[in-house]
Design a protein around this ligand. Structure first.
Ligand code: NAD
Length: 503
């Protein structure tokens, strides 16, 4: 069976109609062989506008449904995902090139966030606040916000949608999703799965969850539409530089989840066996195509040679290949542009004095597929391409001697997503997590930079955009906060002792 045939079977079994993935204008490809596997129909910006209007109408009904009942829809979505985990996980592997355990892991993340959101649907608490005026009560209430737009990247084609969708739905919002143009098929599948949950739910308003297949122009239509109250946009910092100001211009809310240039510090006391495994997964897993991928590694000079020697061995021996037919740990890059970007960064690193292990293309017989041996690049200093995110498996390694200096270098890049330290010295660990430690949204001790759990708020600072999604109190960004003061006295005292007595 060809990949295209298997894809058609998977889509059909997940409830996607044949018309949605045949005869359209947007070719869907699999990075595993580079071949075209479907033709999807994209929407025009004008159609996008009409779809957003439908979502707005659905929002007006959905916001009146009690939150625990809204949670029931998300519970059913979680059930459907459990039932279809194998098929959807396989489709993620086909469309994004992930190895099977990562494809399935991404669907598991969707199930986890659904569970979280179901609990949340009974916990959208507000505060009661002390008031300075007698006979008054002050409180906060949280109300549904409106239509939530979701823009997602190719590398987490389904999980990012679910982080937003599960929270937005229990918070009483409608959702309109613009997936990456590189991964439209998994988006069609998610939409079909949610539609099935909605059918079982019974009375969810028509238009509550919408899909906009298309490119950047469709994304822009979503960003600019006045009925979209919040856009949660995941992708490159370049995209965020465009989307952020456009949303600000019309005072819409933004959750920006942008690029990372994540670092690890390996200290003299580190458990090197543990560090080695964490570094290998963080830097080479998902073929270096996670926003949280480890890209910079600072190793103390006393253990540098020992660790780098072991890392080199791991880089030379890690299995790279077709994730559908082999047990390889590293699958393909998404496309040729990603490979060219990697080549260019390595070339620049060499010019800056970098010593490169790996980094070359591996021939699998498919001219349009781009498999690479991950690159380990020993750098004399943090210069040139080391300061930027290249979305490919390149790990820059640098030597350090002083802890204060390495902390400063760690923070001296534009992005601020994820970070980790490997140490058994509690002073170093606590300092790394303190106010003058890592400046990232995620800071870990003795685990790698990637593979976050849904229970914590996910996101980063600086050029990563500042947004938070998923767990903790990230839900608050999806709701309208109202401060309410009720006067149950017979007087009208003004706050701050102001008097304004009219006759
Ligand atoms: P990309 O920026 O090329 O595209 C992301 C999405 O934005 C796509 O759906 C695209 O169509 C849309 N888009 C692009 N320009 C737009 C515009 N001007 N207006 C509206 N929509 C627009 O990113 P990619 O190559 O798909 O993904 C890789 C990038 O995403 C990396 O930089 C990675 O670090 C980042 N990423 C970040 C996170 C996070 O949570 N911080 C998670 C995953 C990926």
């Amino acid at each position: 069976m060809t990949i295209a045939q298997e894809t058609a079977e998977l889509l059909t079994s997940l409830g996607v109609s044949k018309e949605s993935f045949t005869g359209g204008d947007l070719p869907a490809k699999s990075p595993i062989t580079g071949e075209k596997i479907a033709d999807v129909r994209s929407v025009s910006p004008a159609e996008a506008g009409r779809i957003i209007e439908q979502a707005d109408a659905a929002f007006r009904a959905w916001r009146l449904v009690p939150a625990p009942r809204r949670g029931e829809l998300v519970r059913l979505l979680g059930e459907e995902l459990r039932a279809h985990k194998a098929e959807l996980g396989r489709l993620v592997s086909i469309e994004a090139g992930k190895i099977p355990s990562e494809g399935l892991g991404e669907v598991q993340e969707m199930i986890d966030i659904c569970d979280f959101a179901v609990g949340l649907s009974r916990q959208l608490y507000g505060l009661t606040i002390a008031t300075e005026r007698p006979g008054h009560r002050m409180m906060e209430t949280w109300h549904p916000l409106g239509v939530v737009g979701v823009i997602s990247a190719f590398n987490f084609p389904v999980a990012v949608w679910s982080w937003n969708a599960a929270l937005a739905l229990v918070c009483g919002n409608a959702i309109v999703w613009k997936p990456s143009e590189k991964t439209p098929l998994t988006a069609l599948a998610c939409n079909a799965i949610l539609k099935r949950a909605m059918a079982r739910f019974g009375d969810a308003p028509e238009g509550l969850a919408q899909l906009l297949i298309g490119d950047r122009a469709v994304g822009e239509a979503l960003v600019d539409h006045p009925k979209v109250a919040l856009v949660s946009a995941t992708g490159s910092t370049r995209m965020g530089r465009d989307v952020g100001p456009r949303l600000a211009k019309r005072f819409a809310r933004a959750i920006l989840e942008l690029g990372g240039n994540n670092a690890g510090i390996v200290c003299p006391s580190a458990d090197l066996d543990m560090a080695l495994r964490a570094i290998a997964f963080g830097a080479m897993g998902t073929a270096g195509q996670r926003c949280t991928t480890l890209r910079r590694l600072f190793v103390h000079e006393s253990i540098y040679d020992a660790l780098v020697q072991r890392l080199r061995k791991a880089y030379e021996s890690v299995s790279v290949g077709n994730p559908l037919t082999t047990n390889a740990l590293v699958g393909p890059l998404i496309d040729e542009a990603a490979f060219r970007g990697m080549e260019k960064a390595i070339e620049r690193a060499r010019a800056e004095g970098g010593k490169v292990t790996g980094g070359s293309r591996i021939d699998t017989g498919d001219a349009a597929a781009f498999y690479v041996r991950p690159a380990l690049v020993e750098m004399p200093d943090q210069t040139g391409p080391v300061t930027e995110e290249t979305f490919a498996p390149i790990l820059y390694v640098m030597k350090y001697s002083d802890f204060d200096e390495v902390l400063a270098k760690h923070n001296a890049v534009g992005a601020g997503l994820s970070s980790s330290i490997f140490t058994l010295d509690m002073r170093e660990a606590e300092r790394f997590l303190s106010a003058d430690g890592s400046d990232c949204g995620i800071a870990n001790v003795n685990i790698g930079t990637s593979g976050a759990e849904i229970g914590g708020a996910f996101g980063g600072e600086k050029e990563t955009g500042g947004g938070r999604e998923s767990g903790s109190d990230a839900w608050k960004a999806y709701m309208r906060r109202a401060t309410n003061t009720v006067n149950y006295s017979k007087a009208l005292p003004l706050a701050q002792g102001v008097s304004f007595d009219i006759d």
